[in-house]
Design a protein around this ligand. Structure first.
Ligand code: MYA
Ligand code: UBL
Length: 273
């Protein structure tokens, strides 16, 4: 898809033109997001067939197939990832990975660094997105009902047991929703309860702000570079439920500081606005 951001020299821009000319930001945005959705739907259907043929059903092993497919998407959108700290994923055994969540485009960044044997926690509504829901199901994503705290907590407690038994890493977006403001939303505590219950380390992953190339409010969607940093694991051995708030705050501050540094806003790292 063309980024279509340039203006022909020598004449004023018009609000909307054909594909050969300069597209209005709204048309450009709609085309690129529409293409992303179609790409996801088509590739999910194809990947689902591959997953069923290779692995037979719902298993974390399917994430390797999904990862390989989604890693090609960046080329269609002119996105580049600069990744640092991948060695921090090499902890023995299971872990909770927490990262910032800006957009549906995050699936590309997720798959760019996703370690083996790692599943994500997702809202249950994702299951109803046609072939995308099917591939997410086949990949072993843990579905939670955000409208019911008690059922979400029950699912998470179950995950605390199975992730250790099955040696699986779990990827959680602790903001609990997408947020493309260039800052972090306050963290929900589910991931940190989970880490302490399972006594496994928390590994923070931070993606630089998308705001320079992607903003749904202003209909901006061009090519761009995303910096990704996998931070050192934070141990939870010996921590108790009383330590959940401290652990959450510690991860939040480290990730916010890193987010501002990666996004070129170091002076605001200590700003709480
Ligand atoms: C081709 C295409 C391919 C696509 C690629 C596929 C990849 C797929 C990628 C999919 C990506 C999908 C991406 C997505 O879909 S992101 C959206 C879904 N993910 C999340 O929401 C995860 C983050 N949320 C949480 O962690 C929440 O805390 C949960 C959901 C668990 C509850 O939220 P809720 O809002 O209901 O409640 P609350 O947070 O106010 O908490 C209330 C109280 O409960 C306490 N509490 C919380 N948890 C526990 C616990 N376990 N044991 C004991 N206590 C616990 C907590 O401390 C608090 O108490 P207090 O502290 O106030 O006293
Ligand atoms: C037969 C039904 C057809 C449904 C068609 C659906 C078309 C959508 C197709 C592709 C979109 C690609 C989505 C990839 C997965 C994105 C996961 C994601 O980013 O979910 C958002 C969730 O973390 C937070 O949700 P909210 O910000 O709270 O909301």
């Amino acid at each position: 898809m063309p980024a279509a951001q340039g203006t022909f020299p020598g004449r004023p821009a018009r609000p909307a033109e054909g594909a050969a000319g300069r597209l209005s930001p709204t048309v450009n945005f709609a085309l690129r997001i529409g293409f992303y959705c179609v790409l996801c739907l088509v590739c999910s259907a194809l990947a689902a067939v591959a997953c069923l043929l290779v692995n037979g059903g719902r298993t974390v092993k399917n994430m390797r197939i999904i990862r390989a497919v989604v890693r090609t998407f960046k080329y269609f959108f002119g996105l580049r990832f600069e990744v640092k700290g991948l060695e921090n994923f090499k902890v023995e055994g299971p872990a909770i990975i927490v990262s910032n969540h800006q957009s549906v485009l995050d699936m590309m960044g997720l798959m760019e660094v996703l370690p083996d044997n790692c599943v994500q926690v997702g809202k249950k509504e994702l299951m109803y997105m046609g072939s995308v829901g099917l591939i997410i199901y086949l990949g072993g994503v843990i579905f939670i009902n955000r409208k019911s705290t008690s059922s979400a907590k029950m699912v998470m407690s179950e995950v605390a047991k199975t992730m250790v038994a099955e040696n699986v890493k779990v990827w959680v977006y602790p903001e609990g929703t997408r947020n493309c403001t260039g800052d972090l939303l306050p963290f929900k505590k589910g991931a940190f309860h989970l880490a302490i219950q399972a006594q496994v380390p928390v590994i923070p992953v931070v993606y630089s702000s998308f705001t320079s190339f992607y903003n749904p409010k202003t209909k901006l969607f061009t090519s761009g570079k995303i910096k990704v940093e996998v931070l050192p694991p934070i141990e939870t051995k010996g921590l108790t439920p009383d330590d959940v708030t401290d652990l959450t705050d510690r991860c939040f501050s480290t990730m916010r500081e890193t987010l501002f540094r990666l996004s070129g806003r170091p002076s605001q790292a200590k700003d709480s606005s």
